[in-house]
Design a protein around this ligand. Structure first.
Ligand code: NAP
Ligand code: GDP
Length: 318
């Protein structure tokens, strides 16, 4: 078998895909060709388009990031769409990967798909141990089924189709649309707008008390590349910062305010949902795989993201 790799990255135009593109500009190996595709290249919820995409690029390896993705409020109002679209895309991508002899697929789960009622910290063995939080059951069950597909392809066809489980991701190229976004891009967009309008208040949804682990997209990208090259197990692997790096939404808002130099008042709109209180994940498996890995300090990553957003208004997803 040739040692030349053609790595197809689905979702290559999104937050994580763009970060991987940035990382491989610096770390590409001579035997690797990387292809980044978005929904304009093929609608992966359509089997024929998926087959045509794979016939065109003939990948040996796939990083499957493409998904319908959104923050708490978008999930709450579109659970059915999240389930159906992600199920369709995942089934097509894995089926065509199998049919065309792809050697390895790394797909993306998320720490928000774990059971709502659980003990902490959460680890990779607990994905199917109970219902997810009701706010995002559509996304969660579709993501859990990726793990079921990976196990099935391994058991029946000896395939190395595996998955990573990132915590909440942020960085340049994120989706900053207020209705659809996760908390960090949502708050960056909001504060940018209110500072431009000269407002002295910064409104944060919910109580500010929930806790989250956040990973900078460029750190996640480096870790996904390590998984592609070195991790050969069907069992999922959590890609998260340490448990000690968990931070409240209120402190997250403060870090964003500092990055903007905002001196006004932070207000909490408690009529809005808090979502799951915490999802604390254990990254011991990752620490074993990449013991030397150093995460970018949170404040530095927030500042870089804010600066990117302010400087890239014409291309940012708003
Ligand atoms: P994103 O920025 O919203 O990007 C989504 C990507 O999927 C885009 O490239 C989009 O293409 C593509 N896509 C969506 N529908 C498609 C379709 N029907 N056919 C083909 N491509 C389609 O998402 P992200 O944050 O980078 O997420 C990447 C992966 O990480 C996802 O699997 C997500 O579930 C997972 N994840 C994300 C987070 C997070 O906090 N963001 C946390 C944990 C896990 P176009 O832009 O070209 O339309
Ligand atoms: P999650 O981590 O999957 O729950 O999703 P998010 O990234 O959307 O984070 C949701 C948490 O941030 C909840 O506790 C929300 O109440 C809080 N939050 C505060 N302000 C915002 C906002 O403007 N947008 C979003 N998406 N969440 C916010």
């Amino acid at each position: 078998m040739s040692d030349d790799w053609v790595i197809l990255v689905t979702g290559g135009t999104g937050l994580v895909g763009k970060a991987i593109e940035e990382v491989v500009k610096m770390e590409k190996r001579p035997n690797e060709s990387w292809v980044f595709v978005g929904s304009k290249d093929a609608d992966l919820s359509d089997l024929t388009q998926t087959e045509q995409l794979f016939a065109k690029h003939k990948p040996t390896h796939v990083i499957h990031l493409a998904a319908m993705v959104g923050g708490l409020f978008h999930n709450m109002s579109h659970n059915l769409d999240f389930f159906r679209r992600n199920m369709q895309m995942n089934d097509n991508v894995l089926r065509v990967s199998h049919d065309t002899g792809v050697q390895k697929v790394v797909s993306c789960l998320s720490t928000c798909i774990f059971p709502d009622k659980t003990s902490y910290p959460i680890d990779e063995t607990m994905i199917h141990n109970g219902p997810p939080h009701s706010s995002n059951f559509g996304y969660s069950y579709a993501k859990r089924m990726l793990d079921v597909l990976n196990r099935g392809y391994h058991e029946q066809h000896k395939k190395m189709f595996t998955s990573v489980v990132p915590c909440n991701v942020f960085g340049p190229w994120d989706n900053f649309n207020e209705e659809h976004s996760h908390v960090i891009p949502g708050l960056i967009r909001k504060l940018h707008k209110s500072t431009n309008e000269g407002s002295a208040t910064f409104t944060v949804f919910g109580s500010g008390k929930p806790l989250r682990q956040f990973i900078y997209s460029l750190d996640l990208a480096r870790l996904i590349v390590i998984v592609l090259r070195q991790y050969n197990d069907v069992e999922p692997i959590i890609l998260s910062v340490d448990e000690e790096s968990e931070i409240s939404i209120a402190d997250t808002a403060k870090a964003i305010a500092t990055a903007f130099g905002f001196k006004g008042q932070i207000v909490f709109d408690t009529t809005k949902a808090d979502g799951q209180f915490k999802k604390t994940a254990n990254n011991a498996k990752l620490r074993k795989l990449a013991p030397e890995f150093v995460f970018t300090p949170f404040d530095k990553a927030i500042k870089e993201t804010v600066d990117w957003f302010v400087e890239n208004q014409s291309i940012a997803r708003l």
